[in-house]
Ligand binder design. Structure first.
Ligand SMILES: Cc1cc2nc3c(=O)[nH]c(=O)nc-3n(C[C@H](O)[C@H](O)[C@H](O)COP(=O)(O)O)c2cc1C
Length: 252
């Protein structure tokens, strides 16, 4: 049995390009691997509380028995998030560009995961696993465009997912997504629609293990024989509720 982990960071559900392209990708992967479980974490609509990171980061400098309740709670949440990752055989990250930078919800999630001992610098528990980054930008940032070099998100995400975590990463990028709603971009609509179509086609193609352009590594990462590296009920796709549970302590 196999597990696909999917993270979404778009702050919207309706009309989200990253969610739509990730849906196509997920469907292609699952169709190819019908025995797969899909575990989802939605930091776009259920963000990880930002304060957890500070508590978890500073807990690392405190002896275990001297940690505050806040620090213990933060480390527990970090461990839960890390558990989801290490249990995954393949991973999908659907993260848009916001304000020329990385989604704060993705960064908060990443920072918190990084406090878990399994993800400290130099540790690569996910090395070599097949992964996909699906990103979208309202404008265009390619060579020769006025905003060339202004996308400070995609490079960072590639850096941490590929170079730090060692994932075997494919990236699907869709630009000009604001052309449909921004009258000033009306003449770019045809180009935007073509790009969106190409992103779905790429997602469909690389989500499959076989066929032209397919990622054989998805099946290899998951296990060609379909045997279960991790326990799971056969033939079920599981969607896990995405809310981070921070249980409030009773006030004495
Ligand atoms: C608050 C906010 C900030 C944004 N900042 C940028 C930006 O700096 N550059 C850009 O090209 N698009 C920007 N966009 C547009 C999004 O990148 C674009 O709509 C993308 O498709 C969002 O992903 P989604 O479709 O999955 O929701 C921004 C959108 C929002 C809501």
């Amino acid at each position: 049995m196999s597990t696909l982990f999917r993270l979404d960071a778009s702050i919207r559900t309706g009309g989200s390009v990253t969610r739509a392209v990730a849906d196509t990708l997920e469907a292609a992967i699952v169709e190819d691997l019908p025995e797969a479980h899909v575990v989802r974490r939605d930091v776009g609509t259920f963000p990880v509380p930002a304060g957890l990171w500070g508590a978890a980061a500073l807990a690392g400098f405190v002896a275990a028995e001297e940690r505050s309740e806040e620090q213990v709670d933060a480390l527990r949440v970090a461990a839960e998030l890390a558990d989801e990752l290490v249990a995954a055989d393949a991973l999908v990250f659907a993260v848009p560009l916001y304000n020329y930078g990385v989604s704060q919800h993705f960064k908060t999630w990443f920072d918190l995961v990084s406090t878990d001992p399994r993800f400290t610098p130099g540790s690569t528990p996910l090395a070599g696993r097949p992964a996909f980054l699906v990103t979208a930008r309202g404008g265009a940032y390619g060579p020769g465009t006025p905003r060339e070099g202004w996308d400070h998100a995609t490079g960072w995400m590639r850096r941490v997912l590929e170079d730090l975590w060692g994932l075997d990463l494919d990236v699907i990028e869709t630009e000009l997504t604001l052309a449909e709603v921004n009258p000033a971009m009306a003449e770019l609509r045809d180009l935007a629609r073509r790009q969106l179509l190409e992103s779905h086609e790429k997602a469909e193609r690389i989500g499959r293990s076989d066929g032209p352009g397919g990622r054989r590594s998805v099946r290899q990462g998951i296990g060609d024989d379909g045997t279960a590296p991790r326990a799971a009920a056969p033939g079920r796709i599981v969607r896990v509720a995405a809310r981070v549970a921070v249980v409030p302590r009773a006030v004495a």
